[in-house]
Structures are given as structure tokens and as C-alpha cells.
Design a protein around this ligand. Structure first.
Ligand code: NAD
Ligand code: ZN
Length: 437
């Protein structure tokens, strides 16, 4: 019996409040409205960003919500005006949209999009727009996706149609972690052949960054993690050296500087910790080092919030001038922050010219003035609708690995066990089977 046009009652994992286990509930999923697609979720990964919302960010406005943003499924029905999708299509939900029409989509320098449910939602992360209710209450859709549910509804500009031959319980990882880490190396850092790279944090995001560095031809890839259990996996993806900061009684940037004659060409922070972000910046070589922030946090300042950079801004220093856009020529760390915040997300460039080594913006401005670049990366810099189907093809053609990330398989009902595994560093990715295909 067709479900099209009707409310679907199904199972979903509802996060009623922060810092509590999620609860499997029966929810109602409304039919798709104009330009929307209702999707039966087949499989989903569990990403650290789900844990971030539940245990770390804990924005009270972001609950109750259905978490999950790394899924794959099948279109169940479409709303009025949808021509790109049909029931039965295999798809990956996207936490950033690609409308193809806004100034961000038309600009090849960024993967931000101004339209869609998720635009400018980085603070609360659970969006106001939702098609879910449970026990008479509206339930929010985390990152606009909510893949810890048997069914979800998305705007069509945030859905990628993929090769129907792709195994959904593998390619779901391309909805977030693997595309994010791989793209951060290839698209955002633009790692060059023969270079030396350091990757901080060896979860799925960091391991995918290692894989991206290798694909880009890096000669040395130094894998850094405080959990040495992760090193064996890092070798599988191409890491050449391993450093546990706990084995050293000096700062990790000094250890890396000694190993590399002054610092690495590229460093990627895949932890989500502002102290590690600082170390990652300080580990790259003066003059041309590039540090990319991938780890997610908007909890603490590094004077400017990392999310400012994750959204695609570049904060770089310049000795003897040379670049335009916004120029800080004062030498005051508060003005440096304002200068960064004054430039447009997506492609704004803020250049520090003013000289000071008196105050921290957590990293000293002098670090950047010497020519380092500190930039963020959202979803690996991939334009979502274009990039995800390409990554699926790359997997089917054996150009990128996915199976090696999956350490556990469970059902949606075991989602709290999967969350605990990640919390304690016991998994890379758990894939939950949600609905039978
Ligand atoms: P994960 O929990 O699986 O992995 C994190 C790793 O960091 C663990 O191996 C842990 O041992 C290691 N770590 C912790 N503290 C460390 C330290 N001080 N030094 C070195 N390593 C340390 O998480 P994940 O799913 O791989 O996600 C990683 C980060 O990426 C999270 O912050 C997540 O929110 C973020 N993320 C960002 C985006 C984006 O678009 N920018 C997308 C997805 C995930
Ligand atoms: Zn994620």
C-alpha cells in the first residue's frame, strides 16, 4: 500500500535533552511539501558531531531532536515541484545544501550555500524547519538530515542522487566523515606531491584526511593521536609515522619541528579541540605552512571562533604587505578579530599586517604574519550535490576506501551502544542498519 501523501509513523532515536541517552520512539513524519523529498533511511554512520550536539555543545534550543547526518537511503515519495528525484532513487542526505543558484554556489571558491534549511545554522545545529512530531511535540531535525530515523524529509537541494549499484551501508560514510576528511586534504589544504603532512586526531575524519594526503602524493604523513590504538588503522590509510603526544614531555609542535626540520607543510586538525588547533598551527612551517581546521567546536574562542574559519574564511599573515581584501594595520588583537569577522563567509580573506607579539589570540599573530595560513574546512570543501556522487564513483572504482573505516555494525535500536563506543575511543565508525532495503 502506497504511503505517498500520508503521514508515516516510524521508529526514530529521539534526543529529548542534552547529556542523556537517546530514546527509540514512534514519530510521525509528515509528507514532503513543495520541493521536498521523503527518504527511507537504510543505513547511517555515527559521527562525532552527533556526540558534540548531545554531550558537548548542549545548546538547549537544539532539543528535542533526531540526530544522525551520515546516512543513505531510498526516495519514498516527492513533493510538488520535484523533478530531479523519483520514488526508488538511491540518495545520500546532505547537511549542507547546493541550490546551484546563490552567490556561494556560483563561486568555485566555496561549498557554502545560502539557501536550504541548513544555511546559517551552525550555532544550534538543529534546524527550525522540521517535518517530525512525537507525542504531540515538534521534534527538530539535526543538521537538517536526521538519519537516526526510518524516514526523513529533506529539501531537494540537500539530497544527492547516487549510483544505484552503491552499497548503502558503506557509502553512507560519504555523507559526512570520509568526504570531510578526504576533501580537507585535497580541496581545502590542496596538499602537493612530495609534501610533509601532519594529521591530528585519527577518527574517521582524520583517517580520511590521511587517505586524502596520500592520494595527493604526500611523501610523509605523520599521524598524531593520544590513543595509540588508532595507529594501526592510520598505517592502512597511508600514514608513514606516528606520534603520541603523551610519549613526550615537550609540546607536540616542538616534536614535529625536530622531525621535519622546522615544521610540516600541511597540518589538519581533526579533533575539535582549540588547544589542538593551536598546536596544529604551530606545527606547520613558517613561510608556507597551511593549517586546516576540520574538528568541530563553537564552545571556546581561539579569540575568533573556529567556525569562522570552518565556514571558509582564511586568516593569513603577510610580511611586507602584498594582499588586499580586509587588512589589519593596527597591531591590536581585538581589531584583528573584527577584521576577520568583517569579511564575508565563504571566500573572505583577512590579512594581518599590524605587528604585535604582546597578546594571544590564542595563537600569536606573529605566527600568521610569518606567512602561515590557518583555514577551516566544512564538508571537505566539496560542493555537496556534485561532490558526493563523485566520491561514490571513486569508491566503486576502488579509488577511495570505505570498508576499512567500519569497525562495528549494529541496528538503530543499539544507537546508544554505538554512541558509547565512540565516546570511549573504541571504534572508527559504527554503521547502523535502519530500515531493510
Ligand atoms: P572521533 O571521536 O572518532 O575521533 C577523534 C580522535 O581525536 C580520536 O581518535 C581521539 O583519540 C583523538 N584525540 C582526542 N584528543 C586529542 C589530542 N589532544 N591530540 C590528538 N588526538 C586527539 O571523531 P570523528 O568523527 O573522526 O570527528 C572528528 C572531528 O571532526 C569532530 O570534532 C567532529 O565534530 C568534526 N567534524 C567536522 C566536520 C566539518 O565539516 N568541519 C564534519 C564532520 C566532523
Ligand atoms: Zn559528521
Amino acid at each position: 500500500m502506497s504511503t505517498a501523501g500520508k503521514v508515516i509513523k516510524c521508529k526514530a532515536a529521539v534526543a529529548w535533552e542534552p547529556n542523556k541517552p537517546v530514546v527509540i520512539e514512534e514519530i510521525e513524519v509528515a509528507p514532503p511539501q513543495a520541493n521536498e523529498v521523503r527518504i527511507k533511511i537504510v543505513a547511517t554512520g555515527v559521527c562525532h558531531t552527533d556526540l558534540y550536539h548531545l554531550f558537548e555543545g548542549m545548546h538547549k534550543d537544539g532539543f528535542p531532536a533526531v540526530l544522525g547526518h551520515e546516512g543513505a537511503g531510498i526516495v519514498e515519495s516527492v513533493g510538488p515541484g520535484v523533478t530531479e528525484f523519483q520514488p526508488g532513487d538511491t540518495v545520500i542526505p546532505l547537511f549542507i545544501s547546493q541550490c546551484r543558484e546563490c552567490r556561494f554556489c556560483k563561486n568555485p571558491k566555496t561549498n557554502q550555500c545560502e539557501n536550504g534549511w541548513a544555511a546559517d545554522s551552525h550555532d544550534v545545529m538543529a534546524l527550525a524547519e522540521s517535518r517530525f512530531t512525537c507525542k504531540g511535540k515538534k521534534v527538530l531535525q539535526f543538521m537538517g538530515t536526521s538519519t537516526f530515523s526510518e524516514y526523513t524529509v529533506m529539501n531537494q537541494m540537500a539530497v544527492a542522487k547516487i549510483d544505484p549499484a552503491a552499497p548503502l551501508d558503506k557509502v553512507c560514510l560519504l555523507g559526512c566523515g570520509v568526504s570531510t576528511g578526504y576533501g580537507a586534504a585535497v580541496n581545502t589544504a590542496k596538499v602537493e606531491p612530495g609534501s610533509t603532512c601532519a594529521v591530528f586526531g585519527l577518527g574517521a575524519v582524520g583517517l580520511a584526511a590521511v587517505m586524502g594526503c596520500k592520494a595527493a602524493g604526500a611523501k610523509r604523513i605523520i599521524a598524531v593521536d593520544i590513543n595509540p590504538d588508532k595507529f594501526e588503522k592510520a598505517r592502512v590509510f597511508g600514514a608513514t609515522e606516528f606520534v603520541n603526544p603523551k610519549d613526550h614531555n615537550k609540546p607536540i609542535n616542538e616534536v614535529l619541528a625536530e622531525m621535519t626540520n622546522g615544521g610540516v607543510d600541511y597540518s589538519l586538525e581533526c579533533v575539535g579541540n582549540v588547544a589542538v588547533m593551536r598546536s596544529a598551527l604551530e606545527s606547520c612551517i613558517k613561510g608556507w605552512g597551511v593549517c586546516v581546521l576540520v574538528g568541530w567546536t563553537d564552545l571556546h574562542d581561539f579569540a575568533a571562533r573556529p567556525i569562522q574559519l570552518i565556514a571558509g574564511r582564511t586568516w593569513k599573515g603577510s610580511l611586507f604587505g602584498g594582499v588586499d581584501y580586509s587588512l589589519e594595520c593596527v597591531g591590536n588583537v581585538a581589531v584583528m578579530r573584527s577584521a576577520l569577522e568583517s569579511c564575508i563567509k565563504g571566500w573572505g580573506v583577512c590579512v594581518l599586517v599590524g605587528w604585535t607579539d604582546l597578546h594571544d589570540f590564542a595563537a600569536r599573530p606573529i605566527q600568521l604574519i610569518a606567512g602561515r595560513t590557518w583555514k577551516g574546512s566544512l564538508f571537505g570543501g566539496f560542493k555537496s550535490k556534485d561532490g558526493v556522487p563523485e566520491m561514490v564513483k571513486a569508491y566503486l572504482n576502488k579509488k577511495v576506501k570505505l570498508d576499512e573505516f567500519i569497525t562495528h555494525k549494529m541496528t538503530l535500536g543499539q544507537v546508544n551502544d554505538a554512541i558509547e563506543l565512540m565516546k570511549h575511543g573504541k571504534c572508527i565508525r559504527t554503521v547502523l542498519s535502519v530500515s531493510p532495503q
